[in-house]
Design a binder for this molecule. Structure first.
Ligand code: SF4
Ligand code: SF4
Length: 460
C-alpha cells in the first residue's frame, strides 16, 4: 500500500498521515482530552447524533456541546490551571447550557449510548438550589391546591385585562412590564390560556354497569383552559368526559384532586424532594381510585403520564390520551372524517413512548389529511420555558409556520403547555387531540356480543 501511495503521490499531498502513517505510535498521540465530568455524561463519544433533536441547537448549545463544556469545566476545576477561564465558562454555562435546556431528553433517543443530557441538566439545577429554595418548593408542593388556585386567578386577571384592553395594547403593556422587570415577568401572548377548571363531579358514578376508567386531569390542564381564540372553548376535562361517556365509560375521579400533581413541574427544575413527595401522593390516590390497579388510569397530558409511568407503582395501568383513544375508544365510537387538513405535534414524551404512529392513526380517523412538520422535534416550551425563556420556544419552532400548508387551519397535540407555544409560532390554534376526536365521533351502540368481546380484550 505504501509503494502504491508513493507512486501516485510522491510528495504525500493526499490525505497525509491519515490512512498510511510511518509513526507506529500515532494511535497514542493527539488524543482528545476528555476529563471525567459526571457518570451521566462520561460515556459521550462526541459523535453529535443527538444534535438534530435538540430544540436549543440554533439558539445556544447542542447536547454534545453541553457535555464538551462540562468536560472543560471539570478539567479546569481539577487542574486549577486557569481560574478566570473556569469562572467565565461556569457563568456562561448558566444560560448557554443549563437555562436553555428543555430537559425533554429527546437527545437520548438518538444517542448510541443513551445519554440523556436533560437528566444531567436537572442534576445541575438541583445542585444549585440551596436549603431555602428547596424549602419553598416543598412548601408549594404541600400547598398545591392553593398554588394552582393562585395561578388560575392570575390567568383570570390576565384574561380580563386582555378583553378590556384589546390584544395590541395588552401586548405593549405586558411587553414593557417584562422589559422593566428584567425579563422576570412571564411573557404574555394572545395564545395565553384562560383559567382552567376542575372536572364537574356530576359526571361520576352511575347505576348502569359500565367499564370503569380513572380520569386524572393534570395540574396544567386543571389550571390552564383554552385560549380566547381557540375553536373549542370547553375546558379539556369537559372534552375528555364527553368522549369517555360517549364511549360508554363510567369515570372515576381521584379524591382531593386539587392537591395532586405528578411532580414533573418540580423535577424539571431540580426540586427532587418535592417531586418525589408529589409522586408518592399521586400514587396513593390512584391506587385507591383504580381499586389497586384494576381500572385503567387516563391522564390528559402526555409529559405527565410519561413521568407517572417512570415513577408510580407498576400495578397502575397508565395511559395518555392518544394511546387510550387508539387502543380502547376507537372500537367504541363511530368516526366521521372531517374534510380538513390538520397539523399534529407529537410531544417528546409521546415520541419516547413510541406513540407517533398511533397519534397519526387517531388523527387520520378524524380528518382527511394530516401534517406532521418533520423539522420540528421538541417545541422547547418545557412546561414554562415558553413564558420565562421564550427565545428557546421561538428557536425550536422557527420552522413550524413555514411547514404548514395554507389549508391547515388547526393543530392538535396532547400537552397544554406545548400547545401554547405551538399556537404562537404556528399561527394556528393548537388544542388537545381529545377535542378533535370528540368533535368527529358519535356513540356506537354495541350489541351484547361486541360488548363482551371488548370487555374481554380490554382490561375489564
Ligand atoms: S449522541 Fe450521545 S455520545 Fe454522541 S455526542 Fe450526543 S450525547 Fe455524546
Ligand atoms: S434535554 Fe432537550 S434541550 Fe436538553 S440537551 Fe437534550 S435535546 Fe437539548
Amino acid at each position: 500500500m505504501k509503494c502504491i501511495k508513493q507512486a501516485f503521490d510522491p510528495h504525500n499531498l493526499i490525505n497525509p498521515g491519515v490512512l498510511i502513517n510511518d509513526n507506529p505510535a500515532v494511535y497514542l498521540e493527539n488524543l482528545k482530552h476528555m476529563p471525567p465530568a459526571h457518570e451521566k455524561i462520561d460515556k459521550c463519544i462526541e459523535c453529535g447524533f443527538c444534535e438534530i433533536m435538540c430544540p436549543s441547537k440554533h439558539l445556544t448549545s447542542t447536547p454534545r456541546q453541553r457535555i464538551t463544556a462540562q468536560r472543560q469545566i471539570a478539567g479546569l476545576r481539577h487542574s486549577g490551571a486557569d481560574t478566570s477561564q473556569l469562572k467565565r465558562l461556569e457563568q456562561d454555562y448558566d444560560y448557554w447550557g443549563e437555562n436553555t435546556c428543555a430537559t425533554d431528553g429527546l437527545c437520548a433517543t438518538t444517542c448510541p449510548v443513551a445519554i440523556n443530557t436533560g437528566d444531567y441538566t436537572k442534576l445541575l439545577r438541583n445542585q444549585k438550589h440551596g436549603t431555602q429554595a428547596n424549602a419553598v418548593a416543598n412548601y408549594v408542593g404541600r400547598h398545591f391546591a392553593g398554588t394552582t388556585a393562585l395561578i388560575r386567578s392570575g390567568l383570570s386577571l390576565a384574561d380580563l385585562l386582555h378583553r378590556t384592553l384589546g390584544t395590541s395594547v395588552m401586548l405593549r403593556v405586558t411587553g414593557t412590564a417584562r422589559e422593566l422587570s428584567g425579563q422576570r415577568i412571564p411573557l404574555w401572548t394572545p395564545w395565553m390560556p384562560q383559567r382552567g377548571t376542575r372536572p364537574c363531579p356530576s359526571h361520576q358514578h352511575t347505576a348502569a354497569k359500565k367499564p370503569k376508567v380513572v380520569y386524572f386531569p393534570s395540574c396544567s390542564s386543571r389550571t390552564m383552559g383554552p385560549a380566547q381564540g381557540d375553536p373549542d372553548q370547553r375546558a379539556l376535562n369537559q372534552a375528555v368526559l364527553s368522549l369517555l361517556e360517549k364511549a360508554g365509560f363510567e369515570v372515576i375521579l381521584p379524591a382531593d384532586m386539587d392537591s395532586l400533581c405528578c411532580g414533573m413541574a418540580f423535577d424539571s427544575k431540580g426540586f427532587f424532594e418535592a417531586a418525589e413527595t408529589k409522586s408518592r401522593e399521586l400514587e396513593k390516590a390512584l391506587l385507591v381510585s383504580s381499586n389497586n390497579g384494576q381500572y385503567p388510569v387516563l391522564c390528559d397530558t402526555s409529559p405527565c403520564l410519561f413521568r407517572m409511568r417512570q415513577t408510580l407503582d407498576k400495578k397502575l395501568k397508565l395511559y395518555e390520551p392518544v394511546e387510550f383513544i387508539h387502543d380502547f375508544l376507537m372500537q367504541r365510537l363511530i368516526f366521521t372524517k372531517a374534510p380538513e387538513t390538520v397539523a399534529i405535534h407529537v410531544t417528546c414524551s409521546s415520541t419516547k413512548m413510541l406513540l407517533a404512529e398511533k397519534f397519526k392513526a387517531v388523527a387520520l380517523a378524524c380528518v382527511e389529511k394530516i401534517v406532521t412538520p418533520t423539522k420540528v422535534t421538541c417545541c422547547g416550551f418545557a412546561g414554562s420555558k415558553g413564558f420565562d425563556t421564550p427565545e428557546l420556544t421561538a428557536a425550536a419552532l422557527a420552522q413550524l409556520k413555514p411547514s404548514l400548508p395554507a389549508d391547515c387551519r388547526s393543530g392538535y397535540s396532547n400537552s397544554r403547555p406545548c400547545e401554547i407555544g405551538l399556537s404562537q409560532h404556528g399561527g394556528i390554534n393548537y388544542q388537545s387531540i381529545v377535542y378533535l376526536v370528540d368533535r368527529c365521533t358519535t356513540r356506537r351502540n354495541l350489541d351484547i356480543r361486541e360488548e363482551v368481546l371488548l370487555e374481554t380484550t380490554n382490561w375489564v
